[in-house]
Each structure stands twice: as structure tokens, then as C-alpha cells.
Design a protein around this ligand. Sequence first.
Ligand code: NAP
Length: 264
Amino acid sequence: MDVFGLLGNPVGHSLSPPMHEAAYEELGIEARYVTFEPEPDALPAALAGAEALGIAGLNVTIPFKRDVLDLVEPDDLAARIGAVNTVDFSGTPTGHNTDAEGIVRAFERHDVDLAGSAVVVGAGGAGRAAAFALADERMDVRIANRTVERAEELAGAVEGATAHPLDALPDLLADASVLVNATSVGMEEDVSPVPEAALHGGLAVLDAVYRPVETRLLREAGAAGATTVDGAWMLLYQGVAAFERWTGREAPVDAMNRALRSRL
Ligand code: NAP
């Protein structure tokens, strides 16, 4: 039996175990997906132990996504993003970032054409994944962040990207076709990081926040006629991409989606 898992701290409320186990059940794969919560200073030992025990694959979440980068062989995208969310232990442990693929596949699932200009709000882990993913799709990427220096640092690493303060959002969005909220704004309270008047029907809007599934940003974007993509789609497709990398099989996306959404 193969063992997969999630490394983070805390991981108690993670939706990854039911999502992956639904895939194993659907395809009749003998496998389990378990959560591990090492203390931060035990991370190198945890990874070495996982390899020694024959664990097949690990997802990685807060606070370990950056630190794992130095403990595995990252692929080019994970190295550029500076974060690993998926480790593959077949052969030398390799590190991947499926958050980026999750964003692209979530848009594709909604028939969004990734062309023209994209506005990424946020420059933390999700913002970095979004900026590199959309630039790799040849979009012109504009990064807006509360701390402008962080946006500038990210824009410096992403080909053709530009950095802006949050109050530039109305101007940035006027001719944009894609908007990603990669901040945590909207999670705790019913607030949006983007002024409602800046939203328009030419946009496809993805909110990385998935609790709640329908954020204020998505509500207002929908009312403005925009295509809306909730954060559960991103979460789903980062899991789908990890599953496919680990197993080499096409993921049963609908079964994984049902398992995920029934718990949100
Ligand atoms: P992070 O690295 O801590 O970055 C947080 C970002 O939010 C930063 O850009 C920060 O700006 C900004 N921010 C925080 N509070 C703000 C406020 N009050 N006003 C304006 N900006 C604010 O976090 P992360 O890992 O990128 O996660 C961001 C969000 O994405 C979270 O809600 C997380 O759950 C979600 N996420 C979803 C998925 C998915 O699969 N759906 C995957 C990953 C993350 P400063 O730089 O100025 O601090």
C-alpha cells in the first residue's frame, strides 16, 4: 500500500485527506493519505524519515513551503516561485509547486482564455505562484500589494511584470482580462481587497480564498458580469496535479471535487 500525506503545522482542518482518498477509492488504488505535524526544527528529520519509510509523496503547507525547497531537488517552476507544495519520493526527492498549475487549470475549467493582462493582488506564497503561472502563460502580469516593496521584489523576478500599490487597482483593472486575489482578505470578514467599482464584465476573477467559498469579491465580480472562479477550484486542481504526478494516472476530478465541496 502506498502512503501519501501532508506536512504542515497545523494541518488539522486540511481538506486534502478526503480529496485524495476519494480519488484512491474511485480508482481502486490501495493507498492512504495522512497528515503530519512536525515541529518546525524537525523538518529535515521529518523529510529524511519520510524517505526512509518509503512514503510515496507529500504535500507541503504552511509554514514549510519555503524551507522544503532546500531539502529536495526543486523543479524549475518551484525554484522560481521559491516554494514547494508537493514532494515526489520516487528516486531522488523532487519538489514541485502545483499551486501554479492549480490556478491555470482552475481558469481552464471555466473556459477562460489566459491572454492579455492579469492583475495579481498579493505577493505572498499564493501571489508568487499566480504571478509566475500567468507569466508562463504569456500574460502581461501586474502585481498589486499592500507592501509595495514585496510586489517590487516579485515583479523583478517575473518576466515583464510590474509592481503597484493597492490604490492603483482601478487603473490596472480597466483593460485587464484576469484578476487573482492572492491575499487572505475576505477570509475572516466579509470584505474585498478590490473596490467594487473597478470590477467589470470583461474579467475572469479567481479568489484564492476558499473559506468562505463565495467571498465578497466573487459576489461583487459576479454582479458586475465577470466570470468567477472560487478558491476551491484552485485547491482542487493543485491536488489533482499532485495526484497525477505521484501516480501517473489521470485524476478522477469529479470524485475529488465532490469530496472537497461536501466539506466546505
Ligand atoms: P501569505 O504568504 O501570508 O501572503 C499574504 C498576502 O496577503 C500578502 O500579499 C499580504 O500583503 C496580503 N494581506 C494580508 N492581509 C492583508 C490586508 N489586510 N490587506 C491587504 N493585503 C493583505 O499567504 P498565502 O500563503 O499567499 O495565502 C494567501 C491566501 O491564499 C490565503 O487566504 C490562503 O488560504 C489562500 N491560498 C489558497 C490556495 C488554494 O488552493 N485555494 C492555495 C494557497 C493559498 P503584505 O505583503 O502587505 O503583508
